[in-house]
Design a protein around this ligand. Structure first.
Ligand code: FES
Length: 251
């Protein structure tokens, strides 16, 4: 007898189904809202994010320094990752549910409205920029890799591993998975093709697309993990700058 095919429902998904539908959007509202307020505080009220060889991901690359600008220095670059996250397909689902309650969850009643224009009209039309935001985010990511390498090279000490070095490294690794598990990137590397084997054998793009698809299955997890790592990396540098903590050397 044929075995029933799995519906693909994972255990966490099954657990979520047992929760009231409003738990997830409410959690999103609280966590994303707190992160947004923190980010505004960081970007609008601080002009430096550099502590010796560490640079906060909010301030990198240091565009303001290149041109000698001294106010709102994080703003010149922070808009890129913000735009990338704001237009991300995964975050759209999360903030449509958490912030707009529209709809609050699967199979949950939606608020009645006269007409629905969705992402065909401003301001939500901006979400169509996601594939372009991906390229900008990639440039920022390359700078963050440079920062992560430099976080292991200390003036007068040479190569050392400190807590801050590891935090910046973990952050850029998680951001890399978040960036390359993107739905738009998956589309670019092969998802847009109608046929992978029209040449007689699976094409290189099929192999690439398959790999990206495996990362893409966890895109939501990369999205949250990288959000927390960016937050942690910035907070760590900020606390060092404020003299609240000291950077511990591991070896
Ligand atoms: S879909 Fe989330 S980063 Fe592109």
């Amino acid at each position: 007898m044929a075995q029933p095919v799995s519906s693909g429902t994972t255990r966490p998904a099954a657990r979520r189904k047992k929760m009231p539908y409003w738990v997830e959007p409410l959690t999103t509202l609280v966590v994303l809202g707190t992160w947004l307020l923190y980010s505004l505080w960081e970007v609008l009220f601080h002009n430096t994010g550099t502590y010796h060889n560490y640079i906060s991901p909010y301030f990198s690359p240091g565009i303001a320094g290149w041109f000698g600008w001294h106010i709102l220095t994080a703003l010149y670059v922070a808009w890129v990752p913000f735009l990338f996250r704001f237009t991300c397909y995964y975050y759209r689902k999360e903030y449509y549910r958490g912030f707009f309650w529209d709809p609050p969850g699967c199979a949950a009643a939606d608020a009645p409205r006269k007409r629905y224009s969705g992402e065909t009209k401003w301001p939500l039309k901006i979400n169509n920029l996601h594939r372009y935001a991906w390229f900008l985010a990639l440039i920022v990511l390359l700078f963050l890799w440079k920062d992560a390498v430099e976080a292991f090279i200390f003036p007068h000490h040479g190569f050392e591993v400190r807590v801050g070095s590891l935090i910046l490294l973990v952050n850029v690794v998680l951001l890399t998975f978040y960036t390359f598990s993107c739905h738009a990137f998956r589309h670019m590397v092969g998802g847009r093709r109608d046929c992978f084997s029209c040449g007689g054998k699976p094409s290189q793009s099929y192999r690439f697309w398959s790999r990206v698809s495996r990362w893409n299955a966890f895109h939501g997890a990369w999205a949250w993990a990288s959000l927390f790592s960016v937050w942690a990396a910035d907070l760590y540098v900020r606390l060092l700058l404020m003299g609240v903590i000291h950077d511990a050397r591991l070896f």
